[in-house]
Design a protein. Structure first.
Length: 182
């Protein structure tokens, strides 16, 4: 019995597959039989759904979910193995950190606008190289004022990471209400 893409997607989700980015792909292929979907069709779907997006976005938001569903269907014996090439991605542009002038100007404006928590957040990220998600997950219990360190618990790699804090950062954290222990 021929299986459709939507049938394979339902099975994929029922067996722990990721819903992220799948809905538009599912809407595009719907009841199309799996044995009628070829690599060309998947790339065409990516271009149709995301015409203005970069190659890396098309790979992440269209190619990857379609490949996952079709691989799941292959593992269930519902279709032949289909190899779908990804779009060629250019090297990512190297990001430059904010300059000291920009940082000082930003912090001064935060102080004028009475936003010391925003100034502290941006300064924390600038001085510790913490990601936004890591910085906003920080708890007072993760900060050790005496040793001038912060423990990042939710890092991208899933491991804890200790970051050293500058004197200015400690001063700002204490002004925000960081508990001083010891």
């Amino acid at each position: 019995m021929r299986k459709s893409f939507s049938h394979a997607a339902a099975s994929y989700l029922d067996n722990g597959g990721s819903q992220r980015y799948l809905t538009p792909v599912l809407d595009y292929f719907g009841e199309t039989p799996l044995d009628e979907i070829f690599p060309f069709d998947i790339r065409k779907m990516a271009d149709a759904l995301y015409p203005e997006h970069s190659a890396s976005s098309k790979n992440r938001m269209a190619i990857t979910p379609a490949r996952a569903v079709i691989l799941h269907a292959y593992q269930r014996g519902w279709c032949p193995y289909v190899r779908v090439p990804r779009f060629k991605e250019g090297k990512p542009k190297r990001k430059s950190p904010a300059s000291q002038v920009w940082l000082a100007t930003f912090i001064r404006q935060c102080e004028k606008d009475r936003l010391p928590h925003i100034a502290a957040l941006v300064l924390f990220m600038a001085t510790t190289a913490a990601r936004v998600s890591e910085a906003i997950a920080l708890q007072w219990s993760d900060i050790d004022v005496a040793s001038k360190t912060a423990l990042l618990r939710k890092t991208k790699t899933g491991t804890n990471s200790i970051r050293h804090l500058t004197d200015e950062m400690i001063r700002r954290l204490i002004a925000l209400g960081a508990p001083i222990l010891g």
